[in-house]
Design a protein. Structure first.
Length: 367
């Protein structure tokens, strides 16, 4: 059953600035959906329209099949966790978590039961009598989440809740929020600009750019089957490498870069796909883990690109190697074995069995 449904939802601000353009999205009961994209893509605006904090310019928003465009935020039965926690500094943790329930005239026993239950789930029982100022960032975020939990809402909304935390605490908290989702069996909509957060937390991910939804899919499909160059480059760390060139036909199809420096036979599986692109411009996309340092034997050195390393980044269990093709920086991701020195000349093989191709003019994936 759909818990939240957006139909052609659009937001236009004064002055004619369109922040969100005809978003269509169905979020199902108990699903964890992540909205992700660069700053200004419309993800937070979309979340705020669901919450009722932004007016919808056009389109329809349903929560449990009820049209809620004109329903006030307090009557939508949603709970929102903000980036800056939004805790009352003069109240204790208990009072902060209980505040919304008091406004809704719950009796004291019900309030106490819900607050204590939420505090146990989040491991903050020992902080209930403390003020927010003495808590760490992670503890404050737990209180903010606890304040949402006690409401037992139909939908939880998270607006970049981890962006104020340090890297280690962000990893810990995203794991805890994922556990919380499974424990509560709740419907959650989560906004982030961090694609790693999105990939590790979401059942489905909504990729947005310039107010438009580019792709909605599960993490694995987004990684392996991006619909366009933007999605391909946004998902994955380090990002996918792109090389412009064209398809030529000799005895077999080949991808050749603009200055003939990269000349690679096309895998048989791509042959039918790329027939219509012979002698046309196209963009090759290869992930860093699919570019390998070539050995010295004859088989290894065929179809290689020789380059001088610009930068070597040891990451512990792996190494990032940076070199250049046609003025574009390319990253290879290799195992951490005998890292080469910068300015070393190396041969690299591109594994085209895992490559992606994009129409150069439309930037859409060739399918």
């Amino acid at each position: 059953m759909e818990k939240v449904k957006l139909v052609d939802v659009t937001k236009v601000y004064e002055g004619g600035v369109t922040a969100v353009k005809k978003v269509n999205l169905e979020i199902y009961d108990k699903e964890f959906v992540v909205l992700v994209g660069p700053s200004g893509c419309g993800k937070s605006t979309t979340l705020r329209m669901i919450a009722g904090l932004e007016e919808i310019t056009d389109g329809k928003l349903y929560i449990e099949d009820k049209l809620v465009n004109d329903v006030s935020p307090k009557d939508r039965d949603i709970a929102m966790v903000f980036q800056n926690y939004a805790l009352y500094p003069h109240m204790t943790v208990y009072e902060n978590m209980a505040f919304g329930l008091k406004l809704r005239k719950y009796n004291k026993e019900e309030i106490k039961q819900r607050v204590v239950e939420a505090a146990k789930i989040l491991g903050i029982e020992d902080y209930l009598d403390k003020k927010p100022r003495v808590l760490s960032g992670g503890q404050r975020q737990r209180v903010a989440v606890g304040r949402a939990i006690v409401r037992k809402p139909k939908v939880f909304l998270f607006d970049e809740p981890l962006s104020n935390l340090d890297a280690k605490l962000r990893v810990q908290m995203r794991t805890e929020i994922s556990k919380l989702h499974h424990k509560l069996g709740a419907t959650m909509i989560y906004v982030t600009h961090d694609q790693t957060e999105a990939m590790t937390m979401g059942d489905r991910i909504v990729i947005m750019k310039d107010g438009v939804v580019n792709q909605i899919d599960n993490p694995l499909n987004l990684y392996n089957k991006p619909v366009n160059k933007f999605v391909a480059g946004f998902i994955g760390s380090p990002a996918m490498n792109f090389v412009d060139g064209k398809i030529i036909k000799e005895n077999i199809l080949k991808f050749i870069s603009d200055d003939n420096s990269l000349n690679i036979p096309i895998e048989n599986s791509y042959e039918d796909l790329l027939k219509s692109y012979v002698d046309k411009e196209i963009t090759l996309g290869v992930r860093p883990e699919d570019i390998h340092a070539a050995g010295d034997n004859e088989l290894d050195v065929k179809n290689c690109y020789e380059a001088v390393l610009d930068v070597v980044e040891p990451m512990g269990n792996e190494i990032f190697l940076y070199f250049t093709i046609n003025g574009k920086e390319i990253i290879a991701r290799t195992a951490a074995v005998d890292p080469p020195e910068p300015e070393t000349k190396m041969k690299f093989q591109f594994d085209l069995s895992k490559a992606h191709f994009f129409d150069k003019s439309t930037e859409k994936a060739v399918k």
